[in-house]
Ligand binder design. Structure first.
Ligand code: SF4
Ligand code: MG
Length: 325
């Protein structure tokens, strides 16, 4: 498997100016804090975590829609954090984003055809090519071609998301960051859109980074899953491994929250206690220590290392590391 994207030491810190007359100490939001992982060609890497864990920020950083505070992002072994505007513009053809809200992300004054065509115009594709591409894409996402002169408000939420997906595929990208693409949709049509996204990947061969807060959604579509907590990645493994044999207490807690369909199947329950802390000046040591049922003294002081627990299965936890030795 070939590596498409590699992330090294990626950080995004925002300063909240205390300022004012009271000279409060400066506060830093560590939205994304030292991420290291790769995305392989043709796979779907799912990223899961509670809201505020930094997963959307991370998705935007990967496409350089946001500038990182520190770290490197390699796309096909070239560090895009060093790219000039012009280089980035050219590269942008190859990476796209699918947004959560199919209502807000489509221009209400443009027809479906214009919406899908717009990226092609930006890159000066010829008229004939554009029309052909629109036809191919509408067909691929299951919207009748005869609807191409309609406006977004004439479609249902699920159809709008299909149109958004068609637009993101216009330039034939290699890498797509999908940020909670089904979260705004009725549960009854979420599976349809997920299946469509899978089919399109088979047809066009691109790679997904798929962000969601719902572990069952992520598990359904992903080959591998990364779990984030307060700006950190805490565990990363093949979906099956992560789902059936999670090692990090936070992943175990997330999984415990999913109802088990078979009540005779005993599942150890790890309950989350306490509130999700603020990413402003997050807890010292392991950020999860304020809620972790296994927390030890060391957890409050020392940040756990990111270690390979078994082949291609990574986690950051003192207790997990101790068990290995
Ligand atoms: Fe819990 Fe400590 Fe592991 Fe963090 S490092 S998850 S606090 S046991
Ligand atoms: Mg988000």
């Amino acid at each position: 498997t070939k590596e498409l994207v590699r992330v090294e030491g990626l950080k995004k810190h925002f300063k909240l100016s205390g300022g004012g007359l009271r000279k409060e100490p400066e506060q830093v939001v560590k939205a994304v804090d030292d991420l290291n992982f790769s995305v392989y060609e043709g796979e779907t890497l799912g990223i899961v975590g509670e809201s505020g864990c930094g997963k959307s920020t991370m998705g935007r950083l990967l496409l350089r829609l946001l500038e990182p505070t520190e770290g490197n992002i390699y796309f096909e072994n070239r560090d895009i954090t060093t790219f000039s505007k012009q280089e980035l513009r050219e590269k942008r053809r190859e990476f796209q984003m699918i947004f959560q809200d199919p209502y807000a992300s489509l221009n209400p004054r443009m027809t479906v055809k214009e919406i899908i065509e717009e990226p092609l115009r930006t890159y000066k594709e010829k008229q004939a090519e554009r029309s052909k591409r629109v036809q191919t894409l509408l067909d691929a996402v299951g919207i009748p071609e005869s609807y191409k002169n309609r406006y977004p408000h004439e479609f249902s939420g699920g159809q709008r998301q299909r149109i958004g997906i068609a637009r993101s595929l216009a330039l034939n990208p290699k890498f797509i960051v999908a940020d909670e693409p089904v979260a705004a949709l009725d549960v009854s049509i979420q599976a349809q859109v997920l299946n469509l996204m899978k089919d399109l990947q088979d047809e066009f061969g691109f790679t997904y980074l798929f962000i969601a807060h719902d572990l069952s959604v992520v598990n359904y579509i992903s080959d591998r899953i990364g779990v984030m907590y307060l700006g950190k990645m805490v565990e990363l493994a093949d979906s099956d491994k992560l789902y059936n044999n999670p090692v990090h207490p936070y992943t175990q807690a997330l999984l415990s929250a999913i109802p088990v369909p078979d009540p005779t199947r005993k599942k150890e329950r790890v309950m989350l206690t306490g509130e999700l802390p603020s990413p402003v000046n997050p807890p010292s040591g392991c950020r999860f220590h304020t809620r972790c049922p296994l927390a030890q003294d060391i957890c409050k002081q020392v940040e756990p290392e990111w270690i390979e627990v078994e082949e291609n299965h990574f986690a950051a936890c003192h207790v997990v590391k101790e068990r290995l030795s």
